[in-house]
Write a protein that binds this ligand. Structure first.
Ligand code: BG6
Length: 301
């Protein structure tokens, strides 16, 4: 039987044949979206897209079989919302990596069936005493998720306070690939990146990215669309973006995968992250009453 939360969400916001709220992995509430163009699941925990599969196509996003699903823990795979800091907190070693937005249960604002057949889900997160203790700013975040022929996630951050704040973040998208050694990531030729494996070093990308070792790179000053060209699956996944000058490319490879409790030892072969980010040189300042939108659109050619 549905919990009171799910019963309430379904009575107000379910749309027959399009979107319904249900119990997901670990008992977390999820939205199940099915329409003529695609299907997707979104956890309210973190406004986290868990899966996206266009009609007559293979699943696009990768989700670890070892992922944990619980309050206060991040989900491994899909699209974690990293905010209001990317990576380690700049000064507080005890603060959670990639910020707190992916660890909180978001509120459902609205659902809609769009005229083109797509489905929209809007989720909200606001400051609480717990977030203010970690990051002393009032904020409103809205995740606007549209599931259609493509998947769009737009993360709008508003500053309702009286002083400017700065933040970094990412839509940390994990993609399924046939075999990481058969994949090329196009779109970043000639870009400068910070290679964060070992001592962080600035380098320049030459040609497409191929991966045969631990890869953790922050490409700076780029608004480019990337394509994950996967000869094994015979597909090209296009990752376009808005409000971002940073793209992160990550694969943990063997040793780092083995160190992560929520990542299977061999799973690094079947995934790659191409993340739409604001990080390093791309720190965003939001004035009082202002906003910033970080968005990604993911589609299969
Ligand atoms: C990437 C970082 O964005 O996220 C990596 O560049 C990090 O350094 C990875 O390991 C995963 O982070 P987490 O906190 O989800 O384990």
């Amino acid at each position: 039987m549905d919990s009171p939360l799910l019963a309430d969400l379904n009575s107000r916001l379910a749309i027959s044949g399009r979107i319904r709220f249900a119990v997901g992995p670990g008992g977390l509430p999820i939205a199940r979206i099915v329409n003529p163009l695609a299907q997707a699941t979104v956890a309210l925990h973190g406004a986290h897209v868990l899966s996206f599969q266009p009609h007559r196509a293979a699943p696009v996003l990768w989700l670890s079989a070892k992922s944990q699903y619980a309050d206060g823990l991040p989900i491994r795979g899909g699209i974690p919302v990293c905010w209001p800091w990317f990576g380690k907190h700049p000064t507080d070693a005890a603060a959670p990596g990639h910020g707190f937005a992916r660890l909180q249960c978001w509120t459902v604002l609205a659902t809609a069936a769009l005229p083109d057949g797509a489905t929209r889900l809007r989720l909200e997160l606001r400051d609480t005493p717990a977030t203010l203790a970690q990051w002393p700013h009032a904020f409103r975040l809205e995740a606007d998720i549209v599931v259609g022929r493509t998947l769009t996630v737009a993360l709008r951050c508003e500053n309702p306070g009286t002083a400017p704040f700065t933040f970094t973040g990412a839509l940390h998208s994990y993609f399924t690939v046939s075999d990481i050694t058969k994949v090329a990531i196009e779109g970043l030729d000639g870009c400068t990146y910070v290679d964060t494996v070992g001592t962080p070093t600035r380098k320049v990308q030459s040609g497409a990215i191929t991966i045969g070792a631990e890869t953790d790179r922050i490409y700076v000053d780029t608004t480019a669309t990337c394509v994950i060209a996967d000869s094994g699956l015979g597909r090209r996944v296009r990752v376009a973006k808005r409000g971002s000058h940073t793209t992160v490319v990550w694969n943990p490879w063997i040793a780092k995968a083995a160190r992560m409790p929520d990542f299977g030892d061999h799973e690094y072969l079947g995934m790659v992250c191409v993340e739409t980010a604001n990080a390093v040189d791309d720190v965003i300042t939001v004035p009082p009453g202002g906003s910033h939108t970080l968005a990604t659109e993911i589609g299969v050619d």
